[in-house]
Structure formats: C-alpha cells, structure tokens
Design a protein around this ligand. Structure first.
Ligand SMILES: [Zn+2]
Length: 150
C-alpha cells in the first residue's frame, strides 16, 4: 500500500506541472494501471506468465460455483489448462496435487466431514503430508519437464 502511495505522489509531482498540468486524471489512470499490473495475482502457476491466462477451478463440474466462492481457483496459460495434453485437465497428478492442497487448506478451519459435504469426497491420502509442499514439488517437476526455469 505504501509503495502505491509513493508511486502516485512521485507521478503527481512529475506530471503535475508544465505541459502535463491538466492531465492529472490521465496520469492517475496510468498510475493505477501500472500499480494493478505490478500487484497482479494473475499469473500462470507454472510459467509465471501474465498473458493468455485461463482461470481453472480446482473443483470443477458440479463444484465449480463452490470453488469460485471459496476462491479455489488458479490461473494457467491455456496450454497448461486444457489446450494441450500437459494441461491440468489431462494431467491427473497435477489435478490431484491442486485438489489435495486446497482441501488441506480448507481443513485448517473446517473438518473433513465438512469438506466432503461441500465437495463430495476427500482427496487426501496421507494426513501427515504437507500438500502445499507437495504441490510445490510437483510444480518444480513440471517446470523441469517443460524446460521452464524461473
Ligand atoms: Zn479448468
């Protein structure tokens, strides 16, 4: 938040005089656009790209609306969503890694029974595993397989 304010003040000082004196609104629009781009959460989980993104609901089909409500979705480039065989819709391990991580996250504040009541079944195989960590490991393997180094 502080960074946003500093950037806005700096731009106002810069564009607030001379030929841009009457263009403050235009400048502000530009600033907000820049701030939004810098702060954007919308990037591909695997490649980090902000372009060509698809929104993927972790629990799809009948549970799509609930996924939306709980913010159980991620962004992926189209190729890693459903446009190629590397996409999460065709990669069961990827799909499960996401489901398990989000289920575990849900269960920090809810019971397993509540999860099953919401999403139909449990995906967790081993309660001792940290599925956020498992997802990170999966992402590393996927990146290595695709030759992505970020
Ligand atoms: Zn999807």
């Amino acid at each position: 938040m502080m960074a946003k304010v500093v950037i806005i003040v700096m731009l106002l000082m810069r564009y607030g005089k001379g030929e841009y004196k009457f263009n403050i609104i235009k400048s502000l629009k530009k600033v907000f656009k820049m701030v939004r781009a810098v702060n954007s959460d919308f990037e591909c989980l695997i490649t980090g790209s902000p372009h060509n993104l698809h929104k993927h609901h972790v629990f799809g089909g009948a549970y799509r609306q609930k996924s939306e409500r709980y913010k159980f979705y991620i962004y992926l480039i189209g190729e890693l969503h459903n446009l190629t065989s590397e996409g999460v819709h065709f990669d069961r391990e990827f799909d499960l890694a996401l489901k398990r991580k989000h289920q575990q996250q849900f269960e920090y504040s809810h019971t397993r029974e509540e999860f099953i009541a919401e999403f139909g079944m449990s995906y967790i195989m081993d309660d001792m595993l940290d599925y956020e960590d498992e997802l990170k490991k999966f992402i590393d393997r996927k990146r290595a397989k695709l030759g992505i180094y970020i």
